[in-house]
Design a protein around this ligand. Structure first.
Ligand code: KG4
Ligand code: ZN
Length: 348
């Protein structure tokens, strides 16, 4: 029987052990996740330091680093989890969205494993993975809940209706929150990765620089980070042209406050309007301390339950891919061996 024929005959284990692979950007990540809720091992080998001197991720370098790191990450994860490849029930892998060359390394590796072990191959949408990190953070969490997604490529408020169905309540009309952080970092001369460095820089600053309020007066749930980003860039350039020395920490703090206040406000309003009492945050920007502290305060004030995954589960990791992979596995969503990586796919 060929692999593609055997797909129909795979038996489903109700408490599966999923080996998950994530290589969409500059992290080579492999995790072992039991029952979609318990992380047995979470290995990450990052190539971030290789990209610093270029000011951003260089796709070719990221892909090459994945090829050298993926086997080590897998071996380490298996050792840490004290399991063998034979114990695994399915292989989950991010197939999109992301850097094509980088994704291809993970997808090819996962296909090789699935084929040689004759075990189900599961394709995971990276954004669904980010949302599924919430199930690892709160083992009792069940839909419906509101997911606030803020990553490098997306910013959206999503209603998670059940494990498989979503509805976008609002999204960015232009730049994503993470993208704005990265661009502001660049204009301030801060190193890649921009987001964490803006946060660090903001710690010594005050929110004293007037910046435009995003989509002022808007009663909906959309975002626009482009105007805010441009205002910061103009402020820095105008000051420099006039020979005025800028206080980088004040700029970082003012930008961070403006960028995240609206996100918090809209998330709370979306939860209240949809009468859903649970809110979760996901994506790299959810690792931001200002966002975490203030969202917590606002949720308490408004009687909402907040699911706040630890920082390592917000930035890219394979455990979230294992959590989402388990949902797909339990629904029998197995892939044929001709699965391909895709640079862009629908949001979820
Ligand atoms: O989810 P993620 O790791 O990768 C994508 O799927 O995009 O998100 C990366 C984004 C980057 O733009 C990065 O600057 C931002 O998340 N980020 C942060 C922080 N940590 C990561 N932004 C603000 N504060 C942080 N602490
Ligand atoms: Zn991500």
């Amino acid at each position: 029987m060929t692999y593609n024929e055997s797909i129909k005959n795979f038996e489903i284990n109700e408490n599966p052990l999923i080996l998950a692979v994530e290589t969409s950007c500059d992290e080579t990540a492999v995790s072992l996740v039991r029952g979609g809720r318990e992380v047995l091992a979470d290995e990450i080998i990052s190539s971030a330091t290789e990209h610093v001197r270029f000011g951003g991720v260089v796709p070719e370098i990221a892909s090459r680093m994945h090829t050298t790191a993926i086997l080590t990450a897998t071996k380490k994860a298996l050792e840490k989890a004290k399991v063998t490849l034979e114990d695994v029930d399915g292989i989950a892998v991010t197939y999109g969205a992301g850097l094509l060359g980088a994704l291809l390394v993970g997808v090819s590796f996962a296909k090789g494993l699935a084929l040689s072990l004759n075990k189900p191959l599961i394709a995971v949408n990276h954004i669904r993975g980010h949302i599924a990190a919430s199930y690892l953070a709160d083992k009792e969490l069940k839909p419906p809940f509101i997911a606030v997604l803020a990553s490098g490529g997306h910013t959206a408020i999503i209603k998670v209706k059940d494990y498989l169905h979503f509805e976008t309540l609002g999204a960015t009309l232009d730049d994503a929150a993470g993208e704005a952080f990265d661009k502001v970092a660049r204009v301030l001369g801060l190193n890649y990765p921009g987001g964490p460095n803006v946060e660090k820089c903001a710690k010594d600053g005050a929110n004293v620089i007037p910046l435009p309020k995003m989509l002022k007066g808007d009663k909906g749930f959309n975002f626009s980070y482009s105007g805010l980003k441009t205002a910061v860039i103009n402020y820095v350039h105008n000051s420099t042209a006039k020979g005025i020395e800028i206080n980088k920490s004040d700029v970082a703090c003012s930008f961070q406050t403006a960028a995240l206040q609206t996100l918090i406000e809209k998330a709370i309003r979306a939860a209240k309007k949809s009468k859903i009492k649970t809110l979760s945050v996901c994506g790299g920007v959810a690792a931001n301390g200002y966002l975490r502290e203030n969202l917590k305060k606002e949720c308490e004030k408004n009687g909402l339950k907040l699911v706040l995954p630890e920082k390592a589960l917000c930035t890219d990791n394979a455990s979230m891919i294992g959590a989402e992979g388990t949902i797909q596995y339990l629904n029998g969503n197995f892939e044929k061996i001709d699965l391909n990586a895709k640079a862009s796919i629908p949001l979820y």
